[in-house]
Every structure is written in C-alpha cells, then in structure tokens.
Design a protein around this ligand. Sequence first.
Ligand SMILES: Cc1cc2nc3c(=O)[nH]c(=O)nc-3n(C[C@H](O)[C@H](O)[C@H](O)COP(=O)(O)O)c2cc1C
Ligand code: SF4
Ligand code: SF4
Length: 294
Amino acid sequence: MNCEIMLMENNVDIVYFSGTGGTERAAKCFKTSFEKVGREVTLSKVKDAPISFGEEDGLILLLYPVLAANAPRLVHDWIERLESVKGKRAAVISVSGGGEMSPNTACRAAVIRKLERKGFVVTYEEMLVMPANFIKFSGVPLSRLLLEALPKKVEAAVSRLESGFVTRSRPLPVDRLISAAAKLEQLGAVSFGKSIAVTDACISCGRCAENCPSGNITMLEGNPIFGSSCNLCMGCIYGCPTGALKPQMMKSAVLKEGFNLEAIEKAELPQNADINALTRGYSWKGVRKYLTGD
Ligand SMILES: Cc1cc2nc3c(=O)[nH]c(=O)nc-3n(C[C@H](O)[C@H](O)[C@H](O)COP(=O)(O)O)c2cc1C
Ligand code: SF4
Ligand code: SF4
C-alpha cells in the first residue's frame, strides 16, 4: 500500500540494534540525512533507548538486523516496555544480508503489530541490505558495493519519509509461518551466549563487554562473563581483537574468515562490477534486486 500523508514533526528519534556494525552504519546515515534537511536527531541504541515519547518527540525510526527472519529479541522486549502513545508516527527499517525475499519479508510484521498495539502509526517500512555475517559471507567485492550503496539508499528513504510517502508491505502467509517458527533460533540464543568459551588468547581488553548490544557481557577480574540475554548477534565473536571467543554451538554458521566492516570499507571499490555474477544463485536474489532493481 503506498500513499502520502503530511509530515508535521520536527525531530526524529532513531533507535537501533546492531551486532556487527551494519545497522549502526545505516542508523548513522539516517541521522546525517535527516540533519541535512533540518531535522533534530537523537540516536540511541535499543538497550539505552527511552521508553516514553511525548508531544515534543516526532518520528520514531527503528532499525535492526534480520536474525533468523525476525527482529532481535531485545527489540521486541523494548517495544513491550514502551509506554502507549496516541498516533505517534513510526518507521521500521530492517537490515539483512539477503534482502527482501522469502522468508525475510515477514521480519517486520510482528514488530509493526506490536508498535501499533502501543498506539504508534507505522507509515513506512523498508529492507536495507548490508554484508551477511552468518552462514555465508557476501564476499568482499559485493560487501564493498553494499556499503557504497548505503548513503544513497538512505537519502532516498529520507526523502520519501519527508514527503509523507506511506508504504506498508503484506508478507506472504508462508513467510509469516517460517518467521514464527524461526523464533526458536532466538530461544537458542541464550544457550548460544552461554556456550561461548573464552580461550587463553583473551587479553582482558573489555571490548566485548563494551560493545555487546544486549549488555550481556560483564568483566570480572579481567574475564568476560556471559549472562542470559544473548541475542546471537555475533558482535563479540567477530569483534574480539585476538579471536579469543569460541562458541560451542552453531560453529559451522560462524564465518571462518571473520567479519570486519572496517576492513571491507578499506578494500578497493570494484569498478564496472558484474553484479549478476556476484549475486548468482537463488539465495542472493534479494541482494541482486536491491542493487540492480531487477
Ligand atoms: C544469527 C543470525 C541470523 C541471521 N539471519 C538472517 C536471515 O534470516 N536473513 C538474512 O537475510 N540475514 C540474516 N542474517 C544476516 C544479518 O541480518 C546481516 O548480516 C546484517 O547486516 C547484520 O547487521 P549488524 O551488522 O547490524 O548486526 C543473520 C545474522 C545472524 C548473526
Ligand atoms: S574482546 Fe576478546 S580479548 Fe577483549 S576481553 Fe573480550 S574476549 Fe578478551
Ligand atoms: S553476547 Fe556476543 S553474540 Fe550475544 S548479544 Fe552480546 S555481543 Fe552478541
């Protein structure tokens, strides 16, 4: 469904969850783009985000990575804690490695339903694509192209939001079913977090505890201790400077080559890249469409 409404708010509250930095980059891009058009922007990580929004707050923009065709559990928990509002406008942006394809299309449905129950009017939803950090890496050239495409994608989204453009999707029932079933993987996240072994390579730098988006890691006498609120984001595992964290579950899904967006950003931008060749195969169909429109 697409239509247009008048935009009245002045400020924008951006709330995001990010494990390995892709969604954080998208959230920061939104901040820059909204500021360019004169909006005042507040950026908060979901674990520190406010739970009450008043008259003075304008658009609420929520961003999160797609984890097993769903939003991270912490995002659902935050919405459940939100105080009810009367018709405040919200937009939901999901960030995935695979793009808007089955079953990812259902990854915003439950989030939007919960926001609507709290009185928000969700007028806009979109899928952005960033490098895939789980099971199968997108590869450096494709990842580099995705990072390059991000500012323009966000600028286009901001100009649609500014013009009051309304867009809501209708996921297929089968995608909703798969997304609901995949929630089991999120239940497994607690065990996953508990299974992460800290090896002798740990230098007690505290980076994992500082960056965990769920606040699930505390440092005790120089050792990282994992709690029961892991969201399976992979941030601590890929972000450890010495590779000291070794999960004992889902080992084959963790990328052997690691995952480092800063290193990808430094890679040379492929010139005249053959996007069809880089996205060959069904599983990259959504990425191909995102980059080429086909
Ligand atoms: C446990 C896990 C499950 C994931 N599941 C999906 C998925 O169902 N569909 C998809 O397209 N990408 C999936 N991804 C990839 C992420 O959505 C993607 O890499 C995203 O850009 C990560 O964002 P972040 O860097 O902000 O954490 C998954 C990643 C993880 C760690
Ligand atoms: S990031 Fe790695 S080295 Fe630093 S405290 Fe955590 S496990 Fe240890
Ligand atoms: S413990 Fe590690 S994998 Fe779990 S939420 Fe924190 S950073 Fe992510």
